[in-house]
Design a protein around this ligand. Structure first.
Ligand code: SF4
Ligand code: FES
Length: 233
């Protein structure tokens, strides 16, 4: 076991527990974006930062250690989270009012929680267009925040490996290898990537019932799930 202090409260947790998990045992809220419990722990978005001594650390991927003094809600922490979310939003297609995930989008909720009203980081954005050739899943890379949750779900949970990160730096995006359409790779149409996505970058085709009938009729696709994923409320 390890003993640490979070926001002035002493807590004892098993070795190997992250700071985020330790905080949750105390009902202390730390926002997250790329973290998907048991599936994706890339520590890439930095929304979950907390103060540990003089440093800001990603609470979802740093283990709790004996004697740590963690602060989860200081001005420095709040400012850092706000900057991170603004930077994510600066390269995000902000069509919230017409987006299929409006009111059910983790980035939108987080922006509201952090009271973000304007984005001062304007600049070039990736112009990639939507991949809507798949019979079940549409992909809009201009809304993707590169959290990797869909990739981990597709590879670790479903063991399909249909999508991954391609390109590097500013050009990084999530797509099937060689930027092919989802319709051109061995996607099983399970829809779990949609469930994992925190924003509207992956979504079901509107005529999903007809699509599934067509899939069964044509026997074109290997179906590993009995139904497409229904997004968690
Ligand atoms: Fe994350 Fe969605 Fe982009 Fe996948 S498509 S990396 S889940 S934002
Ligand atoms: Fe911890 Fe993204 S939630 S780094």
């Amino acid at each position: 076991m390890v003993k640490l202090t979070i926001d002035g409260i002493q807590v004892e947790v098993p070795k190997g527990t992250t700071i985020l998990e330790a905080a949750r045992t105390l009902d202390i809220h730390i926002p997250t974006l790329c973290h998907l419990k048991g599936v994706n722990n890339s520590g890439s978005c930095r929304v979950c930062v907390v103060e540990s001594g003089p440093r800001l650390v990603a609470s979802c991927s740093i283990m709790a250690e004996d004697g740590m003094d963690i602060k989860t809600n200081t001005a420095k922490v709040r400012e850092s989270r706000k900057t991170v979310v603004k930077l994510i939003l600066s390269d995000h297609k902000r069509e919230c009012t017409t987006c299929i995930r409006s009111e059910n989008c983790e980035l939108q909720s987080l922006s509201s929680e952090l009271n973000i009203r304007d984005i001062e980081y304007d600049g070039e954005r990736l112009q990639l267009g939507t991949d809507s050739l798949s019979p079940s899943v549409s992909r809009d890379p201009e809304k993707c925040i590169l959290c990797g949750r869909c990739i981990s779900t597709c590879s670790k949970v479903q063991e399909v490996h249909a999508i991954g990160f391609i390109e590097r730096g500013f050009d990084t995006t999530v797509a099937p290898a060689y930027a092919k359409s989802l319709d051109d790779v061995f996607c099983t149409n399970c829809g779990q990537c949609i469930t994992a996505c925190p924003v509207g970058a992956l979504y079901e085709k509107e005529n999903i019932k007809d699509v599934w009938k067509a899939i069964y009729d044509k026997e074109k696709y290997v179906v590993v799930q009995t139904a497409p994923a229904i997004r968690a409320a």
